[in-house]
Design a protein around this ligand. Structure first.
Ligand SMILES: [Zn+2]
Length: 349
């Protein structure tokens, strides 16, 4: 089994919904369920040993557009959110993460040594990530508090505009050059992340925002859960120029298992072969090199191929990559070592 450290999941979103419905998110994670993608038993069975766990504020008004006769679709951006209710949700999700840590169900990691130790101990290594910084104020006071709670990674925006920048819509086909980039507050946020040792994630940001970050950051460029635009031209995927910049900064792209970002027709169908995942990995590796490709499942955040199913099916992808010619050394890099190298750099170890 090849242990995987993964670039993105939304398990905290599912557990938060469980809590809001009156359930016990800690018991659900420890005991396991049949809905969703990640819990302790399924993560262990699939060799999903750790990953970035997103603190994400849902957009209630977002309804994905059905494809037209051409198969094309164009979903408008969700409306901007306001700070206070976003902060409240972020605190609730952070509390679930901290309680999972307190219960020993996973370990919140703040260094690559923490991650390696958790993986060696067989405890899920959780890195807290904020996906869209609506809970953060322009003065970045809340950033200090979330950092103290363990936050070590953030994306300035989700597919939505906020005080820090502009996100890309869920549209096909569409260029990621879909709007303006960072705001002045966004530049300040990136500078603060550089100072504090917080990873800056470029998934969901517009292409102009991507170049804005590239101009000022001293970290490798990172897209935690995105694929190749050349194969699946959705606005969320990365152009060849972006991939080249990621390679030049020794950055990384985590393969997103979301079928809409894998299939040539971008349709939301779980009946998507693993070969579509391998095709994207092949393309990313050819364009950037093996050092710059990793995994970023989007478990609990998207429709994924039925052949993977949930976290328990993670090794099916590993087996497919092995079958496509990736050797032990390549798989070790794709499955975890590339992420650990990036984190050591962003965290200034
Ligand atoms: Zn996402």
């Amino acid at each position: 089994m090849e242990l995987v450290f993964d670039g993105h999941n939304d398990v905290l979103l599912r557990l938060w919904r469980t809590m809001k419905a009156g359930g016990d998110p800690i018991a659900e994670y420890i005991g396991g369920v049949t809905n969703g993608h990640i819990d302790s038993p399924r993560a262990r069975a699939g060799g999903l040993a750790g990953g970035f766990c997103a603190i994400y504020i849902p957009s209630g008004d977002l309804i994905l557009k059905e494809p037209g006769a051409s198969g094309h679709y164009d979903t408008p951006l969700a409306a901007p959110l306001v700070l206070e209710p976003s902060l409240e949700i972020a605190l609730e999700k952070t509390a679930i993460a901290l309680r999972l840590g307190r219960a020993g169900a996973w370990r919140i990691c703040r260094s690559t040594a923490d991650i390696r130790q958790a993986m060696a101990d067989g405890v899920f290594a959780s890195v807290l990530h904020m996906e869209g910084c609506e809970p953060i104020d322009a003065d970045l006071d809340n950033l200090e508090v979330f950092y103290a709670a363990g936050l070590r990674s953030l994306g300035p925006v989700w597919s939505r505009n906020n005080i820090f920048g502009h996100g890309v819509p869920f549209s096909y086909p569409k260029s990621p050059d879909a709007g303006p980039g960072l705001t002045e507050a966004g530049f300040e946020l990136v500078r603060a992340c550089n100072r504090m040792g917080i990873l800056v994630d470029l998934a969901h940001i517009t292409e102009r925002g991507f170049w804005d970050v590239a101009k000022i950051t001293d970290q490798p460029l990172v897209a935690s859960h995105s694929n190749a635009h050349a194969l699946t031209p959705v606005a969320r995927n990365l152009t060849d120029r972006q991939l080249d910049a990621i390679r030049e900064t020794k950055g990384i792209v985590g393969l997103n298992y979301a079928v809409t970002m894998l299939r040539p027709d971008a349709r939301d169908s779980a009946d998507t072969p693993i070969s579509d995942m391998v095709r994207h990995v092949d393309y990313l590796v050819e364009r950037m090199g093996i050092e710059h490709v990793a995994l970023g499942s989007d478990f609990d955040g998207a429709t994924i191929p039925a052949a993977i199913g949930d976290a328990g099916g993670t090794q099916n992808l590993v087996a497919a990559l092995r079958g496509a010619g990736y050797g032990d050394d390549d798989l070790k890099k794709i499955c975890r070592e590339n992420w650990l190298r990036i984190l050591a750099s962003a965290w200034r170890e």
